[in-house]
Design a binder for this molecule. Structure first.
Ligand code: NAP
Ligand code: HSE
Length: 430
């Protein structure tokens, strides 16, 4: 059988990693596919940069979009990034020119996934994106194929390697947020704009894609409630540990009513107990827990970012195309994806962690207690520590309460002159 011809746009962390696997494991890949996978063309900005792999005989394009139209290739692999501009154009051009697409670009799929899937399916082409969610974990394949017989009730995951690396390294070493973020960038984990990682945007992109595949609903990034880890301090990590929890940035998508159908999609830092499967997922590792009606709970873990794991997923997608394995982009035809009404996060009911930095003077604690009492928010545990300091932290774990009620209590406290900074609040997932 003739080789599958591939053109790669973007030769950064993931693009260079993809070239490396295709080069080093060419024999195993060919054996498993029954044919070779050959890179015929590449496009990147800097032609002089050493990519660590031979590119002899590979055609170089200055313009990725021109490559998508003109290259001698069956598949265009888009590894540039960004939801708009050249990445979007390259993918659209590839599909318009009858070429399959493989991409690791979650931002693009979160914003234009349905339109691109519709175009690809109309043209009888594959649009594969395993690398876009949870790096080296084959979670798209698991949901789209392995668990395809189930109604999925809930998908929960640690979906951003950079954030998990920052939270676990800060907790273990006490190092500063900025210092650990720089390290994650140097290791090739972070997005080109790292605010996408630390503000939760990247995890939200991934959650919206997962929700689409799990629940057969159009990707809807606007429906995802997003909070990042910018305000999670070493102090919060320590207090959480004292109360018997660890802090993780989680993505949670849950079908609340299988018959009527309501969906909640959120990304937020939260406290979880050490016995939960996600609690011991450390460093750059991601994990996803999927719960289906027949399979029950199914847990997946692996490296969530970096050249090797991400490129491994890109090449797996190429191998599916080489062998002719084809599934609709989001598991069902794009035209059959059905919108599900979303539940706002204020409707959330659960336990909460609250930290208040207050002036250490008589009566302040009574004010806090009154605000909580008036909104019927009950406290489970309270901790106040500090001597001879002007300000002290009051840390409260609540009993199960409505989020809207807690937010009202905290809003009242913000008007209190004793509060030194806005309250810190995190959900507790049990
Ligand atoms: P990166 O290291 O910043 O690489 C981006 C590449 O795109 C570079 O090679 C750059 O060229 C090239 N590029 C930028 N603008 C271009 C243009 N106008 N025309 C042609 N090439 C252009 O990014 P990355 O980390 O590999 O990420 C690539 C994609 O994979 C993104 O969508 C990202 O979200 C996704 N992803 C990344 C990871 C990860 O761990 N890094 C994991 C999963 C998914 P030069 O090298 O010539 O400057
Ligand atoms: N910046 C992303 C992360 C890359 O840290 O998870 C993997 O998608």
């Amino acid at each position: 059988m003739s080789a599958l011809k591939v053109a790669i746009a973007g030769l950064g962390t993931v693009g260079a990693g993809t070239l490396k696997i295709l080069h080093e494991n060419a024999a195993e890949i060919a054996l498993r596919c029954g044919r070779n996978i050959t890179v015929t063309a590449v496009a990147s900005r800097d032609r002089k940069k050493d990519r660590g792999v031979p590119l002899d005989g590979v055609k170089w394009f200055e313009d990725a979009n021109a490559m998508a139209a003109e290259a001698d290739a069956d598949v265009i692999v888009e590894l540039i990034g960004g939801s708009e501009g050249i990445a979007r154009k390259t993918v659209e051009t590839a599909i318009a020119n009858g070429r399959h697409v493989v991409t690791a670009n979650k931002a693009l799929l979160a914003h234009h996934g349905v339109a691109l899937a519709t175009a690809a399916e109309k043209a009888g082409l594959s649009l594969n994106f395993e690398a876009a969610v949870a790096g080296g974990i084959p979670i798209i394949k698991a949901l789209r194929e392995g668990l395809a017989a189930n109604k999925i009730r809930r998908v929960t995951g640690i979906l951003n390697g950079t954030c998990n690396y920052i939270l676990t390294t800060m907790r273990a070493s006490g190092r500063s947020f900025a210092d650990v973020l720089k390290e994650a960038q140097d290791l090739g984990y972070a997005e080109a704009d790292p605010s996408f990682d630390i503000d939760g945007t990247d995890a939200a992109h991934k959650l919206a894609i997962l929700a689409s595949v799990a629940f057969g609903t159009p990707v809807d990034i606007k429906a995802v409630h997003v909070e990042g880890i910018r305000n999670v301090s070493s102090l919060d990590l320590q207090y959480a540990e004292e109360f018997g929890y660890v802090i993780k940035l989680l993505g949670v998508a849950e079908r609340l009513d299988q018959d009527g159908g309501m969906l909640t999609q959120s990304v937020y830092p939260c406290l979880i107990t050490p016995d939960m499967p996600l609690a011991n997922v450390e460093g750059v590792f991601n994990a996803v827990v999927a719960e289906g009606d027949f399979v029950g709970r199914s847990v997946y873990e692996g490296r969530g970012a970096g050249a090797g794991p991400t490129a491994s997923a890109v090449v797996a997608d190429l191998m599916d195309i080489a062998t002719g394995r084809k599934v609709p982009t989001f598991g069902i035809p794009a035209a059959s994806l059905k919108a599900i009404p979303n539940v706002p996060v204020a409707a959330h009911v659960g336990e909460y962690y609250v930290r208040l930095l207050v002036v250490d003077r008589p009566g302040v604690f009574a004010d806090i207690a009154v605000a909580f009492r008036d909104e019927a928010v009950s406290m489970e545990s309270v901790l106040q520590r500090g001597r001879n300091a002007a300000n002290v932290n009051v840390v409260i774990i609540t009993h199960k309460t409505q989020e809207a009620a807690l937010l009202r209590a905290l809003k009242r406290l913000q008007a209190n002159a004793a509060l030194v900074e806005p309250p810190h609040m995190m959900r507790i997932e049990k």
